[in-house]
Design a protein. Structure first.
Length: 378
């Protein structure tokens, strides 16, 4: 045990204890002898769990690197906090070093409002889940873990430096741009290298929907603006579809676009320019239930698609789902009649569509017209 200076009892004395390589596995005696310690170095000892009931209310810096710690529950007296928080065992902790341990999860790293430095490199962490929105965190080191995306990355308003090298996510082509886009404007360095103006410009263009998708696990395949936005749209739609599974109305398509006849070109919404919501929801209930129990809304209305005749498969596609991911119709037999039908909910307006009957495109011969979207006859 190495004690750099003679401890002083009571008052507001600043204590620094360096206890590296001492084969320690408990600090009960240390906490009893030095209750007002502020800086505690415990590197390369034999801790597999930090004493959960120890309260060091003045501790500002704790270094437990190169031990066998598996959880940060000790920060909360041994019990991880709920969504409402809990009582911190180290309430004034500003700098926490846990490099080179066996930690698999960041659960419990929330509500640490004083924390400024968090070092968790060389652990077994695979996700940002559990890391809370720490308002004063400036340095985050997670090098050489198993993180494959920025899913669950929290809002860290003071973050200036982040380290993620050696993680699977760092091998992605758009890694540094993704990292800059999900972090705050104060971020200055990624993996020890300063962010360039070019990287920051690309990150700025990813703000909004794309950055949100990145924090949901989206990884762009290139840095082309249009391709990134298209991929983000598809990713977001898939998330929304998954969230609607098991519900009566399942999302088929959703997008924002310019109003028809708008003189402004392009698809990206611009502040001050009117936009329209395009959405298509499929009613998954039985045809009888869909007809008899209609959902009432001033924004979307029920629409029935029906094709009479025998077939193996009937689908419908159109402007309501961006001519993508055709919607299957359900086969119905009523007496001698066989038909296919489905019910969807659409916003008011004109909608182009056509059927796919056993892979062959079909349109209503009495109402067919040429698509104003360049999609042929519909």
């Amino acid at each position: 045990m190495v004690v750099p200076k003679t401890p002083r009892r009571g008052g507001s004395s600043r204590e620094k204890l360096v206890l590296n390589k001492q084969e320690l596995n408990s600090i009960k005696q240390i906490a009893y002898e030095y209750p007002d310690v502020e800086f505690l170095y415990l590197r390369e000892n034999d801790f597999d769990a930090f004493d959960p009931y120890i309260r060091l209310v003045d501790l500002k810096m704790l270094d437990l690197s190169l031990n066998n710690i598996r959880s940060v529950a000790f920060l909360w007296g041994g019990v991880l906090p709920t969504t409402t928080g809990g009582e911190l065992a180290l309430p004034r902790l500003r700098h926490l070093f846990l490099t080179g341990n066996c930690i698999e999860s960041m659960q419990g790293l929330s509500y640490l409002n004083s924390l400024e430095t968090l070092a968790l490199s060389n652990n077994c962490i695979s996700s940002f889940e559990g890391l809370g929105s720490l308002p004063n965190l400036k340095v985050l080191s997670l090098n050489f873990n198993e993180i494959s995306s920025f899913k669950h990355f929290p809002f860290l308003p003071s973050l200036s430096s982040v380290g993620l090298q050696g993680n699977p996510v760092s091998k992605c082509e758009a890694y540094r741009t993704m990292c800059a886009s999900v972090c705050c404007a104060y971020l200055n360095k990624i993996d020890g290298r300063k962010i360039t103006d070019g990287e920051m410009d690309l990150a700025d263009r990813m703000q909004g929907k794309v950055a949100f998708c990145i924090t949901e696990g989206f990884i762009p395949t290139s840095m082309d603006d249009d391709l990134v936005k298209t991929e983000a749209d598809a990713f977001l739609l898939e998330i929304q579809r998954q969230q609607s599974v098991g519900k009566s109305l399942q999302l088929q398509s959703i997008s924002l676009g310019r109003e028809e006849g708008s003189p402004y070109k392009g698809t990206t919404p611009i502040e001050g320019i009117p936009v329209v919501l395009r959405v298509c929801l499929k009613d998954t209930r039985s045809p009888q239930k869909a007809r008899s129990d209609v959902f009432h809304s001033s924004c979307i209305f029920p629409v029935a698609f029906k094709v009479t005749g025998e077939a193996s498969e009937v689908l419908v596609t159109g402007s309501m789902n961006d001519w993508d991911n055709p919607i299957p119709l359900e086969r119905v037999e009523q007496g001698d009649e066989v038909f296919f039908q489905t019910h969807v909910y659409l916003p008011p307006g004109e909608h182009e569509y056509r059927y796919l009957v056993d892979g062959v495109e079909k349109v209503n011969e009495y109402r067919k017209t040429v698509s104003k979207y360049g999609k042929g006859t519909c």
